[in-house]
Structures are given as structure tokens and as C-alpha cells.
Design a protein. Structure first.
Length: 168
């Protein structure tokens, strides 16, 4: 797993703070309108192909961009939490996060981890949503109603994986 180090410009309205979901979370100090890009995730990109569950679970903070291409988010992006009813989805480029609804200043920013993951991976969910799935898994195990809600805000590679596994 070879990574490069770069300088990044961080959006000045993003900050990490205590989260009601888990540990720290990513928050915004400004309002964001539905459909607007909330931020572009920053961090080194690298090629990674986990060979087994142990390798998949050993890298909990990376985010899938495309087949075997990942980003390791830097602070404050690394603090974005999963939610089963998120306020963000991911643009086709894998790094642009788009508001699914109007977001108020001071609100925690969340996305559904399943839309950017395809490996033998899972994690317990602590979002406390009425629609909480309890266990978060790879895109190929995402229920159709969630996929439909986020579409087209799912990177193309992960859309293909979902369709390949859903339409058998």
C-alpha cells in the first residue's frame, strides 16, 4: 500500500467535535443547501486490494473511490461518521460529498459507508436512526430501498457492483 504525502486546503467551515453517533464527528459551521457540494474529501489516494476479511477490517478509515482505489481521509474528514439516514452522499468522482437535504450550521455531516465499500467488511451501526440497519456492510449487501435513495450519488464502480449482485 504505497501512499503519497501532499499539502491540502481544508474547507474552513468544517470541524471535528464530539458526536452523538460515535466518538468525534465531522461538523459544518455553515448551512449547506440540498444538492450542493458540502466538501471535497482530501487525503492520499492509493491502490489497495484486500485479499481477505482480516485485511479489509484492518483499514477502518479508508474510503473507496473506484476498483481497488482508496483515499485515506486526513483531518477533519477522517471524522465523518456513518448514518443509515445520512445528510450526504458521494459524487461520481468519489471525493465530492453532496447534500441530500438542507443542512443547518452546527449539524454533523454523515454518509452511508456502504456506498463506498466493496470487500468482506462490516461494522456495527450506532446511528440510532429509526431505519438503522444495525450492521453496515458492503455495497453488494445494501438494501434496494437505500440504493434507490442514494442513486445517482454513488460512484459508478459501486453502482456496477450493486447491479451485478442485485440482478442475478
Amino acid at each position: 500500500m504505497k501512499k503519497k504525502s501532499f499539502e491540502y486546503e481544508i474547507e474552513n467551515y468544517l470541524f471535528a467535535d464530539e458526536s452523538k453517533i460515535a466518538g468525534k464527528g465531522l461538523f459544518t459551521s455553515k448551512s449547506i443547501k440540498k444538492g450542493d457540494v458540502a466538501f471535497v474529501m482530501k487525503g492520499p489516494k492509493f491502490v489497495f486490494h484486500p485479499k481477505n476479511r482480516e485485511e479489509s477490517m484492518a483499514t477502518p478509515n479508508i474510503v473507496g473511490l473506484d476498483k481497488d482505489l482508496y483515499i485515506e481521509p486526513i483531518s477533519p474528514y477522517v471524522f465523518i461518521n456513518h448514518h443509515c439516514e445520512p445528510n450526504l452522499a458521494v459524487g461520481d468522482d468519489g471525493v465530492s460529498y453532496i447534500a441530500l437535504r438542507d443542512i443547518k450550521a452546527g449539524e454533523e455531516l454523515t454518509f452511508d459507508y456502504s456506498i463506498s465499500e466493496y470487500s468482506d467488511w462490516d461494522m456495527p451501526c450506532s446511528c440510532s436512526s429509526k431505519k438503522c440497519r444495525k450492521i453496515i456492510r458492503s455495497i453488494d449487501q445494501l438494501p434496494i430501498e437505500y440504493f434507490s435513495k442514494y442513486f445517482p450519488y454513488i460512484p459508478k464502480y459501486f453502482q456496477k457492483i450493486f447491479f451485478r449482485n442485485y440482478i442475478k
